[in-house]
Ligand binder design. Sequence first.
Ligand SMILES: [Zn+2]
Length: 369
Amino acid sequence: MILKTGCSILLLTAVSTVWARVPEVKVLIGKSLAEVNVLGTDLKKTLHYNKSSQQFAGRKMIKFKCQAANLKRPELLASVSSPTGFISWDDSKFQGELELVKNPKTPNCDLINKVPMDSYIASLLSKEMNATWPIEALKAQAVAARTYAYQRINTDGFYHLESSEKDQVSGTFLDVTQRTLQASKDTQGEILMGPTGKITPAFFHSKCGGKTYRPDQVWGGMEDGYQQVECPFCHKTGMKPWKHELGKAKLTDMFDRVLSKYYSDKISNRRDIKLLKDSADRTELRFYSGTKLHVVKKSYLRNLFGRELLPSNNYVLDVKGGHIEFAGHGYGHGVGMCQLGALELAKRGYTYKDILAHYFPQHQLKKIY
Ligand SMILES: [Zn+2]
């Protein structure tokens, strides 16, 4: 294993924010990097593989060349911190520390940002919502995102969350605005708990298009306290009702792929496919291949065939002559809080507690730190 470091001087503005007793979140911000250059003031570099530490006075750039092909498992190689609380990487400024971990699949490193929870939330609000939205909508989003992150803190591994749509998209310190900071501070330590007192991930999405879904209706797993709720609030904004047509022959291939991927099954009679009547309140499609009845989740078609064809799971599939038609509403998976619905409720004067109570009616708001 070779881990080389070097130094050069660049500028960094030192700013400091104090957070008391706030848990830290480890966020994966860079994947499989051959080289990592970090910049900061009075940086402390720790190389974990040989247990050595070094402190650099003034503003410095530390360069890491990551070639650790002999390590097959992830391992913490190095960490960098600054007494200012800020470090820059890839022209972006991050609060907290940066950690380099061996990527298990390549000779390269993953980069992880260890950041105070509420600082993480303040940067995320600009990415997952919009910093200019009403403060009560931002506060509802802050609680939902904090709940999602907090639930992941106790998981094993070198990081808790990815900064991607797989988890939540968090920004950098440059995405923190006075309003997102306010929304994070005003809800500090607040999370949602399910009716049995369990912390469950509080999911959210862009636009439900009329109603939300429970996790089991979309992904299959049951989460504590989720309920499907009506949302007549989001229809005026965001993506308009959408419609897509495909040749009828495509349907057989689509069903065949869904059956083999999610149900370990296949179509027994490709020439004799009959779709049973679908409707907006159904989350599953039913069809016969020959005499065999199949039932598949609508969301699995979206997973396999993409968001361009199926922007949401809220759609109706119909066979019309020689083609099939997907007609739907909304954008996103549809589970939990509808962000455009939250926007409309905030505009109407609802507080963040009212908004959360609408989308998570069985959950309780708890302040845990
Ligand atoms: Zn909605």
